[in-house]
Design a protein around this ligand. Structure first.
Ligand SMILES: NC(=O)c1ccc[n+]([C@@H]2O[C@H](COP(=O)([O-])OP(=O)(O)OC[C@H]3O[C@@H](n4cnc5c(N)ncnc54)[C@H](OP(=O)(O)O)[C@@H]3O)[C@@H](O)[C@H]2O)c1
Length: 165
């Protein structure tokens, strides 16, 4: 049985999620939405994303994926490959959220059950992208529009059920 997990990401209209270590926008309300989605869950993230956040997020378990054997961020669990990170997350018996960044999304989208995707109504310059999405494998099951300093649209995409022969 494979691990059941969701991706949570925010991208610009031109599919940017980051510029170097940072997210190239500040949108009022968007972080509160991220918290609402993920609170109580188990977060799996790449080492660069963890360092850009800078601390374990309260009310959630943080699992940092790195190839470095001696990397031990305080208050986090560490995994040395993504599969190991997802297995550790499953053992927590909490909802599992892969929260980035680009490398982690690219490696986990193909088996995600759900994608929480916020699109910020902006075109920005950046060098970290969300993978091509949505694909035919997903259906949008929820859409919510928010007015803010930059308007944004929150959507949930669920993987289509495939029939077992
Ligand atoms: N807009 C959003 O929703 C959002 C969300 C999250 C992040 N971001 C942005 O995304 C950017 C960071 O993304 P990124 O792609 O540069 O990095 P990332 O995915 O956060 O982290 C990459 C690191 O994860 C580790 N890693 C990746 N694959 C691995 C594997 N198979 N096995 C073991 N370790 C593995 C490696 O760490 P080591 O180098 O330590 O080995 C690698 O350098 C930043 O700009 C951040 O602000 C945006």
């Amino acid at each position: 049985m494979s691990v059941n997990y969701s991706l949570v990401a925010a991208r610009s209209r031109n599919h940017i999620i980051g510029r170097d270590a940072d997210i190239p926008w500040q949108v009022k309300g968007e972080q509160a939405l991220f918290k609402k989605i993920t609170l109580g869950g188990c977060l799996v993230m790449g080492r660069r994303t963890f360092e850009s956040i800078g601390r374990p997020l309260p009310g959630r378990i943080s699992i940092v994926v790195t190839r470095q054997n001696d990397y031990k961020p305080e208050g986090c669990l560490v995994a040395h490959d993504i599969e190991e990170g997802l297995k550790q997350a499953e053992a927590s018996e909490r909802p599992i959220f892969v929260i980035g960044g680009g490398e982690l999304y690219a490696a986990t989208l193909a088996r995600a059950q759900r994608v929480h995707l916020t699109t910020i109504d902006l075109e920005v310059e950046g060098n970290v992208f969300f993978p091509q999405f949505p694909t035919d494998a997903f259906t949008c099951t929820h859409t919510e529009h928010f007015q803010s300093n930059h308007n944004y649209c929150y959507q949930i995409f669920d993987r289509n059920q495939t029939e077992v022969p």
